[in-house]
Each structure stands twice: as structure tokens, then as C-alpha cells.
Design a binder for this molecule. Structure first.
Ligand SMILES: Cc1ncc(COP(=O)(O)O)c(C=O)c1O
Length: 393
């Protein structure tokens, strides 16, 4: 019988006060939708007030600069320089903008990705096939694991772009991208990292990775809500790109309304398209500021401690653990292979346990920096009770 968790000092638990909704549910779904910071109420009220009272002047007074300022908060989280992160609506758009800057002309026309990348990215890459790209999808091995050696072997002189995920969304496997990117660089390929499932729970440093482009969004670990995503572009390359998917807000002087040839902005607006979604950015900023202040290494330490505990309890209950057991390979989520997982998930959601279910990996549960240790034990107890109930019904 596993012993109760030893009392440990939790230096992050005071941040829970900023997330009052965590008192209403067992929130184990930050890999899908992070809890709402209480500051969002004020941020959105302020947005409405500024719109109401300042009208069109709001653009000049704060809205136009807001995405760039928020991008700089994210740059801090990514170890990037200010001015290197562009905001947009979602990761799909961010990737589409960047990929629109490349010609996929043979012989260098390959996009190397993996079968475990997020479907939205895979659909986008398939679309590139109509523009001459050849898509090389590296398959998973057993347990939906991607072996970095397989990705490395798929990269050659025909590779234009290596586009992979840092943490695989289904299984929570951390892909060791360093050797993959080294290989890409040595052969002259561009690297694009979908770090959505990493940033905010697994430390990511764009300079250590020497990645060309990185995308991520607000909805999950960054607790920013929907509608805000971002693109980091390495300074040495950003200014050389001319995205075909572009718009007036990417122009160096948008308010000149120049109908001549496009002249891209030299800063982060280069990767914008049309009018930015200001309310979503106002809402997202609260979560970004909190994560930046805490620092991802502290979040990671707590996440590892709590996910380890969940894995020990899963072992005791006899559940298969589909997410990696090794700390160095596991992101912030634990995936449990239980019988009737879909039904178990639906029943738990109905009783205020927030988690999800993905075919192939089972139940996905994620603690975050606002999770109390006793909630870890409680959620596992609730899962076990529901699995047993389903088995009897
Ligand atoms: C790894 C990963 N990439 C991309 C997405 C989707 O991005 P978006 O909806 O912002 O395009 C998700 C989840 O929603 C994800 O987990």
C-alpha cells in the first residue's frame, strides 16, 4: 500500500490565490485549458472601459503596441531577446505565416515532421504539398513514442524544414530536439518547433536550442485563455523572410495605406497579418506575467514531484502509464490507460473533476503550479472510484 505523500514545503502554492476557480473543481487539465487568473476580470473590464472612453484613440494610446509588449513577456520566458516574439491568434496561423515565407522547390522541398505532431500542424503541412512540398512523416514506435534517431535519419539534403513538437500532445513525451536540430542545421534546413505543450511547464530556451522558429499559445500551461498565440523568430533569419501570408499590419508603415509593393516591418510586426485580437491579448497577459514571475524551472520541479506521485499511485492501482516514466522524457501530463477511459472521463467531468481523454493514450491528467498535493491523491482516488463504478455497471 502506498504511503500518504510526505508533507513537503510547496513554495508555489501561494500563487493558488490568483486562481480562485481552482477551489471549485479538481483542475487537472492545464495541458488543455489552464485555470483563469483572477486578474482577467479586471483586464477585460479595462479593455471595455478603454474602448468605451477612448474610442479610436485607444489604438495609438495602447492597443497597437500591446502585442509587442506581451511578446516581450513571452520572450523573457523563452530566454529570447526583446522584439523577437510576434503575437497572433493561434499556433496554426503562426506556423502558416512562417511557412508561407518558403518556396518548396525540388530538390530541397521536404518538410520533416512526426506522426505525433498536433493534427492542425499536420493538416497545414499537407496543404503545403499542393505548393510543391514533400511531407515526410516520421512514424511513432510502440506506445506512440517518437525516437529522435528516426527523425534524424529522415533529414537529408532535400529537407527544407524540420517541423516537430517539443512535447507530444497525446503522450506527453518530451522529444529531445537538440540532436535533431543539429542535424538539420548541418544540412542547411530550417527548424520550426511547436512548443505549445512545453512552454509554461518545461523550461525552454531558444538560444540553447538554437531553433529558428518556435510557436506556442496561451490556452494551456500559460493560463492565458483562447485567442493569443506567438511566434519566436531567430533574429538572424527573421528580417530576411517575406511571408506570403501577410497583411497590412505587417507593413513597416501600416497607416500610410500604401498600395505599392509590400515593405515588411523590421520588428515583430513582420509576422502579423491583419488587425490584432486585442481583448484576447489583454486577457492572456495576466497568465503570462504570473508564469514569467514564478519562472518555469520552479514550475517544472513541482510538476515532476506531483506527476511522479501520480505514477506511483497508478502503479498501485494497476493502471498502465502511457506517458513516459522517466522524468527527462515526461512533460507536465500523465496519461493513464484505464478500462472504459472515455466513460470514466465523462463521468468525472460531470462531477467537477477536470481532465480529458484521448484515444490511444487514455485519461490525461495534469497538475500545475496551483495544484495542492492533497488534490493529487484525491484526483487519483476519484479516478479509481469511477473506474470501479464503471466496471460494476
Ligand atoms: C502541441 C499543440 N500544437 C498546437 C495546438 C493547437 O494550436 P492552435 O489551436 O493554437 O492552432 C495544440 C492544442 O490545441 C497542441 O497541443
Amino acid at each position: 500500500m502506498i504511503r500518504p505523500a510526505a508533507e513537503v514545503h510547496d513554495p508555489l502554492i501561494d500563487w493558488r490565490r490568483e486562481f480562485p476557480t481552482t477551489e471549485a473543481t479538481l483542475h487537472f487539465i492545464s495541458h488543455s485549458l489552464g485555470a483563469m487568473p483572477r486578474g482577467v476580470d479586471d483586464a477585460l473590464a479595462r479593455y471595455a472601459l478603454v474602448w468605451k472612453t477612448r474610442g479610436i484613440r485607444a489604438w495609438e494610446e495602447e492597443w497597437f503596441e500591446l502585442p509587442t509588449r506581451i511578446g516581450d513577456v513571452l520572450a523573457g520566458i523563452l530566454g529570447a531577446d526583446p522584439g523577437t516574439v510576434s503575437m497572433c491568434e493561434n499556433v496554426t496561423t503562426a506556423q502558416a505565416v512562417v511557412l508561407s515565407a518558403f518556396d518548396f522547390r525540388a530538390p530541397r522541398n521536404r518538410v520533416v515532421c512526426t506522426a505525433e505532431d498536433f493534427p492542425s500542424a499536420l493538416y497545414l503541412y499537407e496543404g503545403l504539398a499542393r505548393r510543391g512540398a514533400e511531407i515526410v512523416r516520421v512514424p511513432a514506435r510502440s506506445g506512440r513514442a517518437i525516437d529522435p534517431a528516426d527523425v534524424i535519419a529522415a533529414i537529408d539534403e532535400r529537407t527544407a524544414v524540420v517541423a516537430v513538437s517539443h512535447v507530444l500532445f497525446r503522450s506527453s513525451q518530451i522529444l529531445d530536439v537538440r540532436p535533431i536540430f543539429e542535424r538539420a542545421r548541418s544540412l542547411g534546413a530550417i527548424t520550426l518547433l511547436d512548443a505549445y505543450q512545453a512552454v509554461g511547464t518545461v523550461p525552454v530556451d531558444v538560444n540553447a536550442l538554437a531553433v529558428d522558429f518556435l510557436t506556442g499559445g496561451s490556452v494551456k500551461w500559460l493560463c492565458g485563455g483562447p485567442g493569443a498565440a506567438y511566434l519566436y523568430a531567430r533574429p538572424g533569419i527573421a528580417g530576411t523572410l517575406r511571408p506570403a501570408f501577410t497583411g497590412w499590419m505587417a507593413h513597416e508603415d501600416p497607416f500610410a495605406f500604401d498600395s505599392g509593393a509590400m515593405r515588411w516591418d523590421k520588428g515583430p510586426r513582420r509576422f502579423w497579418t491583419g488587425t490584432p485580437g486585442i481583448p484576447a491579448f489583454m486577457a492572456a497577459r495576466c497568465g503570462f506575467d504570473i508564469i514569467a514571475e514564478i519562472g518555469v524551472p520552479a514550475i517544472r520541479a513541482k510538476s515532476l514531484r506531483q506527476t511522479r506521485r501520480m505514477i506511483s499511485l497508478a502503479d498501485e492501482y494497476g493502471y498502465g502509464v502511457v506517458s513516459p516514466r522517466e522524468d527527462s522524457l515526461r512533460g507536465g501530463t500523465v496519461c493513464l490507460d484505464v478500462v472504459n477511459a472515455g466513460r470514466v472521463c465523462a463521468a468525472l467531468l460531470a462531477s467537477d473533476v477536470l481532465l480529458d481523454y484521448r484515444p490511444g493514450v487514455g485519461l490525461r491528467l495534469a497538475p500545475h503550479f496551483y495544484t495542492r498535493d492533497d488534490e493529487v491523491d484525491e484526483v487519483m482516488r476519484r479516478v479509481r472510484a469511477e473506474v470501479e463504478r464503471q466496471a460494476r455497471s
